[in-house]
Design a protein around this ligand. Structure first.
Ligand SMILES: [Fe+2]
Length: 454
């Protein structure tokens, strides 16, 4: 078992090390200077049966730090150590009384009290079966699940792992045990994109996710925040499901529900631009890009006065599926086949990128009732002068729908890799006006300019 001690006075480390070595030789004591080091240890080197905080630490209040630890790693006892004065002034009674095993050990240490407190904490940890342990797992048995999915639930019926090395994984969420969203956030902040699940659990989680977002999107009078949140989560599920399993009836139903919701949401407002300004575009991953693109497509249709349901449906599906076959999110940084950034990816990923318009078009063919969506998707990266990919066709070979989609999708992907400020928006639009003011692009370009600038 491991114990964690947070204290900025290294002399105290020595004292405590001596006490553990003499009385609990099987417990490995890890000492750290501050809260952020402690959270790193807790996240990557668990399980820790005991967490001890020195009440005199200077960088932050020991009670706040204790609270932060509980919010991040979940319920567990915390022991506050220190002189009577520091404990009295700096340890919050509510927090201290919040867990039956929470304890205080005054310094200088009384050996008997120390032994008694540590023994009862170790017993608690044993009873709780600390399964947050490092395991050697064949990675063929696991599938990566995007971190964002875990915000949909507070408890899941499967074990969830974090990748430490190619073969080593640490179980960070135990089946049927509540986890905190702060814990998920702490991984997201460290730029961890995926957590891992067994293959069957992976499919179950996507199916549970479909149910959850369908329920959310079917709610009447939902707030814009909840609508966008559910649409983005749904787009992410669709992308992952298509890559892992393929197209199913449930996925088709979910796509049409997203498209319907977009239409209904826009109708609630005076102009699409008003709605678009409220869409979250933070991580700018393919899911956020899919939803923002679909709203810009709606805005272009609205500004052009095109009211056909089929136009709406095919541009909506194109938005959701356009990048669904790309497995590496970092490919959002690539702006085209000629972009030197593409060289930073593996050969396989480069091929995947170059063929994704065709692969995604193949996926679209499996959907019923969206004629031409596959052509539109296949042409997503074409340019009016024929310098796009994969076909290099020119503006006169593209339908007005393709042109509208290319403009919305290109604008959103350029926005994703910009600073996302008003200046960036204007700069991107000015560039589009130079490159795309040709043939069938002209009218949708003006409609997009109106959507962005008003
Ligand atoms: Fe794309």
């Amino acid at each position: 078992m491991k114990a964690l001690y947070i204290c900025d006075n290294k002399d105290e480390w020595l004292t405590l090390n001596g006490l553990f070595a003499g009385n609990f030789p099987k417990v490995e004591l890890i000492c750290c200077l501050n809260g952020s080091d402690a959270l790193d240890h807790l996240a990557y080197e668990g399980p820790f049966a005991i967490v001890m905080i020195e009440a005199s630490i200077r960088e932050e209040n020991p009670s706040t730090l204790g609270q932060r630890i509980l919010e991040t790693v979940g319920e567990r006892p915390i022991i506050f150590m220190g002189s009577e004065v520091h404990i009295k002034d700096r340890v919050d009674n509510d927090l201290y009384n919040g867990h039956p095993i929470n304890a205080i050990i005054h310094t200088p240490y009384d050996i008997e009290v120390f032994k008694e407190v540590i023994t009862s904490t170790l017993e608690w940890a044993k009873k709780e079966e600390f399964e947050e342990s490092i395991e050697e797992i064949d990675r063929e048995e696991l599938l990566p699940m995007r971190v964002r999915n875990f915000y949909m639930f507070k408890v899941v019926p499967y074990d969830v792992y974090l990748e430490l090395t190619q073969t080593k994984f640490i179980k960070i969420i135990k089946r049927n045990q509540p986890y905190t969203h702060a814990k998920i956030q702490s991984y997201a902040k460290k730029n961890i994109k995926n957590l891992y699940l067994g293959k069957n659990d992976f499919i179950r989680m996507l199916e549970d996710g479909i149910e959850k977002v369908t329920e959310g999107l079917s709610q009447k009078n939902a707030s814009l925040k909840s609508i966008f949140g559910n649409q983005i989560r749904a787009a992410l599920i669709i992308q992952q499901y298509i890559r892992a399993i393929g197209v199913s009836d449930d996925i088709q139903a979910l796509c049409s529900l997203i498209i319907e919701t977009t239409d209904k949401t826009i109708r609630r407002y005076e102009s699409p631009t008003e709605v678009i300004s409220k869409i979250p575009f933070n991580t700018c991953d393919f899911a956020e890009q899919a939803i923002l693109t679909s709203y810009y497509c709606e805005a272009i249709l609205h500004n052009l006065g095109w009211k056909s349901d089929l136009s709406r449906k095919k541009l909506g599906l194109a938005s959701l599926l356009q990048d669904s076959t790309l497995s590496n999110e970092d490919l959002i940084k690539v702006s085209g086949a000629e972009d030197p950034n593409l060289q930073m990816f593996t050969r396989e990923e480069q091929d995947e990128y170059l063929s994704h318009p065709i692969q995604a078009a193949e996926i679209a063919k499996q959907f019923q009732g969206y004629s031409e969506a596959d052509f539109i998707i296949a042409q997503q990266h074409e340019k009016p002068n024929g310098t796009g990919f994969p076909f290099g066709v020119t503006a006169n070979k593209m339908t007005a729908h393709s042109c509208a989609f290319i403009l919305a999708s290109t604008y959103v992907s350029k926005l994703a890799i910009s600073g996302k400020k008003d200046d960036d928006k204007n700069r991107i639009i000015d560039q589009l006006k130079v490159d795309y003011n040709l043939g069938n692009f002209k009218e949708p370009l003006m409609a997009l300019v109106k959507a962005v600038k008003t």
